[in-house]
Write a protein that binds this ligand. Structure first.
Ligand code: ASP
Length: 470
């Protein structure tokens, strides 16, 4: 046989009747019925029923579920009354003329079946089995389509997709960094980016004008239902020569069109998205991420809003501590967010009252993205560094950005919606892990690979590291 398969398990229809087909897939079930048997053969695309005659049934014995087989046979149309409406391929079945068992499956720790619940611990440990379930296939397919849509949309609008370094220096954006020790520069560390914030601003200095990236971001913070510890993906974008309104409009248009195309069952409550000031949100809804759904029982309702006019600074508190800043003020967003022009005079006297050009995108009560117009005046940037209590040493860490701004910086701004969280809310999932192929568990472990793990003393020696016992 030249080809491994001629069709997928979701492809055959009545029009293929009379043809020969070769399918490959996983044995979802092998049902013995006296001397004959039936295999339900599954792959990512669907399930096909295979009729196995007495001779083959005897030859192959009972197949273990999830074994991988190749089946060749004739496509037969089912009589009308036997059409299985709940199966894409329900009009036909295959009469096997050849069955090759490619790999046998051991007894399963997890049933890749929607109707049999497994604990999340087992699901994450055997994620590759869990991902065989149609629901997970659907979630990952929708995620792919949404990202594909974003790429095409932004490409048409003139954005360049540019990859920025993963081994870099930390961008202090409030969370703890993941550090990577350097072998060549002993005693020095890279940090994994909390976001590509400084790089995207440097790309604007470079004149790239419109940039985006589906960017992995790394933050050493605790898990929440809507936050995977460790890493997540953002749609990171930045534009030059724009006002805040331009950023809101393009983001809004992108998501409305994406939802209409990829999630046509969903209904957006209000278009254009309402724009609410931070003060109004706190007054009226007691929250800076209000849930504006009209009917909270409706799983297809999507209520977006923008929150604008944030205070530039928050008082540092134990619960909400901006790592990297001093003890008094932390930036509400990050230290590159521009204050409103009319509030610049407040910076000296009442910094807590100054408002900024931060914008948050909120969906059904979740913050799904944040961004801002950036500071492009080195003097104001220096002032902000002082106000958040940066030491001279910390300021030096940013000298490359401040220097870059002395060589011609365009006014610029952007946003970074979180892909995982946005899709979780759009798809109505309760846990962000349902839209991620291999998520970390709640204690930031990768349960499939069992990371983090100990490394050899050769490795730590090479890095000049000594692990203290706890
Ligand atoms: N880098 C910011 C963040 O991750 C987003 C932005 O300002 O564009 O929140």
């Amino acid at each position: 046989m030249v080809m491994m398969r001629t069709h997928t398990c979701g492809e055959l229809r009545a029009k293929h009747a009379g043809k020969k087909a070769t399918l490959c897939g996983w044995v979802e079930t092998h049902r013995m019925q006296g001397k004959i048997s039936f295999i339900l053969l599954r792959d990512r695309y669907g399930v096909t029923q295979v009729f196995v005659n007495p001779e083959f049934t005897k030859k192959i014995g009972e197949l273990r579920r999830e074994s991988v087989v190749q089946i060749r046979g004739a496509v037969k149309k089912r009589p009308k009354e036997q059409v299985k409406k709940d199966m894409l391929t329900g009009e036909i079945e295959i009469g096997a003329t050849e069955i090759n068992i490619i790999t046998k499956a051991s007894p399963l720790p997890l049933e890749p079946n929607e109707n049999i619940a497994s604990s999340e611990e087992i699901r994450l440990r055997y994620r590759y089995l869990d991902l065989r379930r149609p629901k997970m296939v659907k979630n990952l397919t929708l995620r792919h389509k949404a990202i594909q849509f974003i790429r095409e949309y932004l490409d048409k609008k003139g954005f360049l997709e540019i990859q920025t370094p993963i081994l870099t220096k930390s961008t202090p954006e409030g969370a703890r960094d993941y550090l990577v020790p350097s072998r060549i520069h002993r005693g020095k560390f890279y940090a994994l980016p909390q976001s590509p914030q400084q790089y995207k601003q440097l790309l604007m200095v470079a004149g790239m004008d419109r940039y985006f990236q589906i960017a992995p971001c790394f933050r050493d913070e605790d898990a929440r239902a809507d936050r995977c510890p460790g890493e997540f993906y953002q749609l990171d974008l930045e534009m030059s020569f724009v006002k805040q309104e331009d950023i809101l409009n393009i983001t809004e248009d992108l998501f409305i069109k994406m939802i209409e195309k990829i999630f046509p069952d969903k209904k957006i409550t209000q278009k254009p998205f309402p724009r609410i000031t931070h003060a109004e949100a706190i007054n009226k809804y007691k929250s800076d991420k209000p849930d504006l759904r009209k009917n909270k029982e409706d799983k297809d309702e999507l209520a977006f809003c923008w929150i604008v006019d944030f205070p530039l600074f928050n008082k540092q508190t134990k619960e909400d501590f901006f790592h990297g800043a001093g003890n008094e003020w932390g930036p509400s967003h990050h230290m590159f967010t521009a204050p409103k022009e009319e509030d610049i005079s407040l910076l000296d006297k009442k910094p807590g009252e100054a408002k900024s050009y931060q914008h948050d995108l909120v969906l059904n009560g979740f913050e799904v993205g944040g961004g801002s117009i950036r500071i492009h005046d080195p003097d104001i940037q220096a002032k902000i560094f002082d106000l958040i209590g940066f030491t001279e040493k910390q300021k030096k860490e940013f000298s490359h950005l401040i220097e870059a701004f002395t060589y011609g910086v365009p006014p610029h701004g952007g946003i970074a919606p979180g892909i995982d969280r946005l899709l979780m809310v759009i798809m109505g999932e309760e846990s962000i892990r349902e839209v991620i192929a291999f998520p970390k568990d709640k204690s930031a472990r990768d349960p499939v690979m069992n990371a983090p793990s100990e490394v050899s003393s050769e490795q730590t020696d090479e890095l000049g590291l000594k692990i203290k016992s706890r």
